[in-house]
Design a protein around this ligand. Structure first.
Ligand code: PMM
Length: 300
């Protein structure tokens, strides 16, 4: 990833002056990476507060797993899972993002105190989503998505993954703008692992500059994903389990922060909180130094 300093800011959210850390609370019994350990409301709220204590700037609450092959949960069940957790965290002063593809879940979460909506389908799964977010005046994450991850959709076909993802994201940003969401409230996300294999994910991370060119703050969600398993696989080719990918996740967080990401979305917060602070300190040293090389004056 190339160096980048124009991280941007999102209207309605604090200006963190460095890459923000979004901690994940999956309120699901089947999430691929945390095994549904936070399925209970009280435990989920406690986990969100722990993530904040560990350095999360905001917490993303989701009640529906988007992993390949996961079946969709009923809307009432999703509401039952998500709303008490959103309310519990927001009432403690936590900045809450709601990870949902449903307008009704988004609207009720915003009413319960959520500050932004993270829709992996960028409004494609529910036509009422963009109007609901626009009505509430909330920030909106526009993620690259090519449909529910079933069958052949698990591995998308791309001739030019970076160009196609940028083009498709641009179209979804236009849809959000046309639907009344203010440009300064739109965040873009390449959707690592969604209809993408390891090469696709790596190409997108390598060309973060082209995602930045969309002109919106960039969210990177690499945490524990398959491409990290591929990179870390041992000689037998077997990837380590999701929970053993946190050091690799923190490495991506440092690189994403250096490349100018607005935020990184992670399950294990502590190492990423350190990583983004190190990246910020190095960035600060770069801007504090004169750009002329060498310590001697007046040679020219
Ligand atoms: N990935 C997952 C869930 N939500 N939201 C955004 N904006 N971007 C992502 O890449 C993303 C997401 C799937 O991961 P999980 O099941 O580990 O939460």
């Amino acid at each position: 990833m190339s160096n980048h300093s124009g991280r941007g800011r999102v209207a309605g959210l604090p200006d963190w002056d460095r890459c923000a850390v979004m901690g994940v609370v999956n309120v699901t019994p089947d999430s691929f990476s945390d095994g549904g350990r936070w399925f209970d409301t009280t435990a989920a709220v406690k986990h969100g507060l722990d993530l904040v204590a560990q350095g999360a700037d905001l917490v993303d609450v989701g009640g529906e797993s988007t992993r390949p092959g996961a079946t969709r949960v009923d809307e009432d069940e999703e509401l039952r899972r998500v709303i008490p957790v959103v309310r519990g965290l927001a009432s403690e002063g936590v900045i809450v993002s709601v990870d949902t593809m449903r307008a009704r879940v988004a609207a009720q979460s915003l009413a319960a105190g959520a500050a932004l909506v993270n829709d992996v389908s960028a409004g494609m799964a529910d036509p009422a989503m963009i109007p609901a977010v626009a009505d509430a005046g909330a920030p909106f994450v526009v993620m690259h998505w090519r449909g529910l991850l079933e069958g052949s959709n698990v591995r998308g076909h791309y001739d030019d993954v970076v160009g196609e993802v940028v083009g498709e994201l641009h179209a979804r940003v236009e849809a959000a703008l046309n639907g009344g969401i203010a440009p300064e409230r739109i965040i873009v996300d390449p959707g690592l692992g969604f209809s993408k294999d390891a090469e696709h994910d790596l190409a997108l991370l390598a060309h973060a500059d082209r995602l930045h060119a969309l002109g919106h703050p960039l969210l990177i969600a690499a945490s524990r994903k398959r491409f990290l398993g591929r990179i870390l696989a041992g000689p037998d080719g077997a990837p380590p389990p999701a929970r053993e990918r946190d050091a690799a996740t923190a490495a991506v967080s440092a690189l994403a922060a250096q490349a100018g990401a607005w935020a990184v979305r992670v399950h294990e917060v502590r190492a990423t909180a350190d990583a983004v602070r190190v990246a910020r300190a190095i960035e600060g040293a770069r801007t504090a130094q004169p750009t002329t090389p060498g310590g001697h004056e007046g040679t020219r």
